[in-house]
Write a protein that binds this ligand. Structure first.
Ligand code: GDP
Ligand code: MG
Length: 173
């Protein structure tokens, strides 16, 4: 049986928790301050979904997102996308739409989840829940609220994307 491998890109402004999310999901760890880059192109994790083995390759940026200099190589062949913003960073919320457009320019329409990270900091929130729901609807993707720090909902993000990709693959069969 063929193993399914899915390249997932994680986009969003700097400091929203992208590297932390990859680290959390693939290594089960969280740190307050590690190096800005994880030093490799991607980390991976294999999961089982409906009896199928799925290998998720989560691609990290090396902090280039701050300079708007993410290269085409980063997006090339991506089959799914995590569009992340932070509960405590208004700019990151407002930038989500343009991140979606960038991914679409390079990859076309691929399964995408809008992720509101750092919900452990809801008391410092600068984004109304309704606004986030509206944005998700406007972008045509599901919204998931996560805390990478507290390990809330991180698995759901990737299971959802894997399920969407598998469904598309089976439609093509
Ligand atoms: P990136 O630039 O998007 O890759 O963001 P990082 O993963 O480097 O995270 C930026 C900072 O936010 C780091 O200090 C993380 O420890 C912190 N961080 C990431 N996720 C969470 C979270 O869910 N809650 C809180 N409180 N901090 C987080
Ligand atoms: Mg990073």
């Amino acid at each position: 049986e063929l193993e399914v491998a899915i390249k997932v890109v994680i986009v969003g402004n700097g400091a929203v928790g992208k590297s932390s999310m990859i680290q959390r999901y693939c290594k089960g760890t969280f740190t307050k301050d590690y190096k800005k880059t994880i030093g490799v192109d991607f980390l991976e994790r294999q999961i089982e979904l409906d009896g199928e083995e799925v290998r998720l390759m989560l691609w990290d940026t090396a902090g280039q997102e701050e300079f708007d200099a993410i290269t085409k190589a980063y997006y090339r062949g991506a089959q799914a996308c995590v569009l992340a913003f932070s509960t405590t960073d208004r700019d990151s919320f407002e930038a989500a739409h343009s991140w979606k457009m960038k991914v679409e320019d390079e990859c076309g329409e691929i399964p995408t989840v809008l992720v509101q990270n750092k919900i452990d900091l809801l008391d410092q929130s600068v984004v109304d829940p309704e606004e986030a729901d509206l944005l998700a609807r406007a972008l045509g993707c599901r919204l998931l609220r996560t805390s990478v720090k507290e390990d809330i909902n991180v698995n759901s993000v990737f299971r959802h994307l894997a399920a969407c990709c598998l469904a598309e693959l089976h439609l093509q069969e």
